[in-house]
Design a protein around this ligand. Structure first.
Ligand code: NAD
Ligand code: DAU
Length: 363
C-alpha cells in the first residue's frame, strides 16, 4: 500500500554470503541506500568470507551478523522467524572454478544442498504467513551455467539452454533449477539473476583481477592460463548490486534476468591493462614495466573459451544500465588494491599459499 503511494516499506532481509566479495559489496550498497531496513548477514566464514569487510557496518543497530551454514536448517528456520524476514538475498556459495576442479564435493554441498535448504525453509516461512505476495527469495547466479561460446556466437540470453562445464557451474545450474522448480511448483516468489564476471573492492586474491593486482605489487609472476585468449564479460561489482536492487524492487516473481557489462575482454588484454594501470599509478613497483612478469602457464582443465551476456531484458523491463565501463572500473579497482594492502595482505595465509602451490606448481 505504502509503495503504491511512493513511500517504500522497510524490508527485513537475510543476506547469505554477506561476508564474501559480492555479498559484502551488496551489504554496503544496501545499508547505504536503505538505512531503515533490517539486514541480517548469514555467512559461514569459509576461507572466502571476511568479517572485516563488513565490520564498519556492524556497529549499526539495523545490522546483525550471524556466523552459520546455509545447510543448517534449524538455524535458518530460527532466523526467518525471529527476524520476521520478508526478503532473502542468496549469495553464499563456493565460487571458484579452480577450487571446484580440485575438490567438487563442497560445491555440491553448499551450492545445491544449501540452496535447497534455504528454499525449503523459506517456503515453510512463507506458508506460515499465508503466502504474502511481498515476500521474495532472490537467487544470485552466474552466466557460467550457459557454458562456453564460440567467437561469433551471440551473447547468452535468458533462454539460452544450460550447458555447465565445470563442477562449479554444474552446481550453480543445479541450484538454479531448484529455484525455478520452487516457483513453478509451489508458486514461491523467487527471483534470479545470472551475472557475468564481477570485479572491484574486497575481491578475494585467488580470482584473476585481484591475483594480478597483488602479484604486480609483490613483483611475482602473473600466471596466464593457456594462450590468454579466453574472453570474459566484466562488470563492476557495484553495478551488479544495483541490478539486483532493480530486480528486487521492479520484477514480478518467477523472473530471471541476465546481468552484464557489455565489456568483453580477452584475458591477456586485461592483464596488459592492469600492468599499464599499475605502472602509471603505483609509485614503487618491484618490477617495472609490470608486463615483464606475465608468464603463460598450463591451461585450466575444461576452460570455457568465451562468456558474453545480453542484458537487454534488464534494460528494457527495468531500465538498468551499468554505471562503469571496464576502463573506469579497472582504474578504481587498481587504486583500491594499491590503497588497501591492510585488507589483502592477511589473506595470503598459509592455507592460501598451499592452495596456490597446488594450482600454480610450475610458476
Ligand atoms: P565469494 O566466494 O567471494 O563469497 C562466498 C561467501 O559465501 C563467503 O563469504 C563464504 O564464507 C560464504 N559461504 C560459503 N559457503 C557457505 C555456507 N555453506 N553457508 C554460509 N555461507 C557460506 O563469492 P562471490 O564471488 O562473492 O559470489 C557470490 C555469489 O555470486 C555466488 O553465488 C556466485 O556464484 C555468484 N556470482 C559470482 C560472480 C563473480 O564474478 N564473482 C559472478 C556471477 C555470480
Ligand atoms: O562468469 C561468472 C563467474 O566468474 C563466476 O560465476 C565465478 O564465481 C567467478 O569466479 C568467475 O569465474 P571465472 O573462472 O571466469 O573467473 P576467474 O577470475 O577465476 O578467471 C577469469 C579468467 O582468467 C578465466 O578465463 C581464467 C583466467 N585465469 C584465472 C586465474 C585465477 C588465468 O588466466 N590465470 C589465473 O591465475
Amino acid at each position: 500500500m505504502t509503495e503504491q503511494l511512493g513511500i517504500r516499506t522497510p524490508r527485513r532481509l537475510i543476506v547469505t554470503g554477506g561476508a564474501g566479495f559480492i555479498g559484502a559489496n551488496f551489504v554496503h550498497y544496501w545499508c547505504g541506500k536503505y538505512p531503515g531496513d533490517r539486514v541480517v548477514v548469514l555467512d559461514a566464514l569459509t576461507y572466502a568470507g571476511n568479517r572485516a569487510t563488513i565490520a564498519p557496518l556492524e556497529g549499526k543497530a539495523n545490522l546483525r551478523f550471524v556466523q552459520g551454514d546455509i545447510c543448517d536448517r534449524p538455524l535458518i528456520d530460527q532466523l526467518l522467524k525471529e527476524e520476521d524476514i520478508d526478503l532473502l538475498v542468496h549469495f553464499a556459495a563456493e565460487s571458484h572454478v579452480d577450487r571446484s576442479i580440485l575438490g567438487p564435493g563442497a560445491f555440491v554441498q553448499t551450492n545445491v544442498v544449501g540452496t535447497f535448504t534455504l528454499l525449503e525453509a523459506f517456503r515453510q516461512h512463507w506458508l506460515a504467513h499465508d503466502q504474502p505476495d511481498t515476500f521474495r527469495f532472490h537467487h544470485v547466479s552466474t552466466d557460467e551455467v550457459y557454458g562456453s561460446l564460440e567467437p561469433d556466437d551471440p551473447a547468452f540470453t535468458e533462454t539460452t539452454p544450460y550447458a555447465p562445464n565445470s563442477p562449479y557451474s554444474a552446481s550453480k545450474a543445479g541450484s538454479d533449477h531448484l529455484v525455478r522448480a520452487y516457483h513453478h511448483t509451489y508458486g514461491l516468489p523467487t527471483l534470479m539473476t545470472n551475472c557475468s564476471n564481477n570485479y572491484g573492492p574486497y575481491h578475494f586474491p585467488e580470482k584473476l583481477i585481484p591475483l594480478m593486482c597483488i602479484n604486480i605489487l609483490l613483483g611475482k609472476p602473473l600466471p596466464v592460463y593457456g594462450d590468454g585468449q579466453n574472453v570474459r564479460d566484466w562488470l563492476y561489482v557495484e553495478d551488479h548490486c544495483s541490478a539486483i536492487d532493480a530486480v528486487i524492487h521492479g520484477s514480478k516473481p518467477g523472473e530471471t534476468y541476465n546481468v552484464g557489462g557489455n565489456n568483453e575482454v580477452k584475458n591477456l588484454d586485461l592483464v596488459h591493462k592492469l600492468c599499464d594501470l599499475m605502472d602509471e599509478l603505483a609509485p614503487d613497483l618491484p618490477v617495472r614495466p609490470a608486463k615483464q612478469l606475465i608468464t603463460f602457464v598450463k591451461d585450466r582443465p575444461g576452460h570455457d573459451r568465451r562468456y558474453a551476456i545480453n542484458a537487454t531484458k534488464l534494460k528494457t523491463d527495468l531500465g538498468w544500465t551499468p554505471a562503469q565501463t571496464v576502463d573506469s572500473g579497472l582504474r578504481q579497482t587498481v587504486l583500491w588494491y594499491l590503497n588497501h594492502r591492510d585488507w589483502w595482505q592477511p589473506l595470503l595465509s598459509q592455507e592460501y599459499q598451499a592452495y596456490y602451490q597446488k594450482v600454480y606448481a610450475s610458476v
